[in-house]
Design a protein around this ligand. Structure first.
Ligand code: PDD
Length: 275
């Protein structure tokens, strides 16, 4: 495959990353993962807008959005991937390790593509999740490269034989380690409001759009771990997980243990969006 790093397109095996890239020392940067369906980007504009916003939130200004679109478009042409994703990372720059920002450093872009397929089995059968304390920082709306808490909490799920860890702050469910979380309670869809406690997922926004289109009532309103445990339906969303039902939380069965009616309707609507 052809990938891109710091101004150059190269074969994967020819790419070497500068060890003074601040992404490496500090996780000092931001990123996006964009889905490719049938050789076309899905919601590229929304992802690019969020990338520029995330960068700006951490003081990386003046990103060339148009150039980044060109880079991923060129990558897609060169790699000709049907079903996959593109990863785009922007670091603050390259320079000797120093906490202080270095003057006059240019942001460094890394981009590459992956072949992936839709998680069809889990979208039907559902997954199990565990819950854990959300001890991340208070700027979770920034899609930061710093994912230490997220990877540690994902690993905790894997070790428990589950697929995802749903995080909570003092009992309030925020999001998953790499996904947003929805519940259905009294027939109403609910998810945490888009503030600094969560990443406002592009898939989350698509789900809300489908809910509006299909007249499924919803609220962007926080809920508790108790609400999660007692929900009629639970699902998680992300670019790669799409709309995945949750059938077990901390070993307790959700609803009747199978994909719920509203989850199914949301999946149908989402399918229409990507086709
Ligand atoms: N993760 N919340 C967190 C913490 C995430 O890392 C992600 C995405 C989401 C869902 O966002 P979206 O619907 O825009 O993909 C929510 C990506 C896919 C990842 O890190 O691989």
């Amino acid at each position: 495959k052809i990938s891109y790093y710091n101004g150059q397109f190269k074969n994967d095996d020819e790419i070497t990353v500068d060890y003074n890239d601040r992404a490496f020392y500090f996780g000092d940067g931001v990123y996006e993962v964009v889905r490719v369906y049938n050789n076309e980007f899905f919601t590229l504009d929304e992802h690019m807008d969020r990338l520029v916003r995330s960068a700006s939130e951490i003081g990386i200004e003046g990103l060339d959005r148009a150039r980044m679109v060109e880079i991923v478009t060129e990558l897609n042409e060169k790699n000709n991937i049907d079903d996959g994703s593109v990863y785009i990372q922007v670091s603050r720059g390259i320079g000797k390790r120093n906490h202080a920002y270095l003057a006059n450093k240019k942001p460094v872009v890394l981009a590459y593509m992956n072949e992936i397929s839709r998680p069809t089995a889990q979208m039907e059968e559902g997954i199990s999740v565990i819950t854990a304390d959300d001890y991340r920082w208070l700027k979770c709306h920034v899609k930061s490269l710093n994912l230490l808490a997220n990877v540690m909490e994902k690993e905790r799920a894997i070790r428990a034989g589950a697929h995802e860890t749903i995080l909570n702050r003092e009992g309030i469910v925020t999001e998953g380690s790499s996904t947003n979380v929805f519940i259905v309670k009294d027939g109403v869809l609910r998810t945490h409001p888009a503030n600094n406690m969560i990443l406002n997922g592009i898939t989350r926004l698509e789900v809300l759009k489908v809910a509006r289109d299909r007249k499924i009532p919803y609220e962007e309103k926080a809920f508790t771990v108790g609400d999660l445990m007692n929900a009629e339906e639970v699902f998680i969303t992300s670019t790669t997980q799409e709309v995945t039902p949750v059938t077990e939380v901390d070993g307790e069965v959700v609803g009747d243990g199978s994909k719920g009616r509203i989850t199914h309707a949301i999946q149908e609507g989402f399918d229409e969006e990507i086709h």
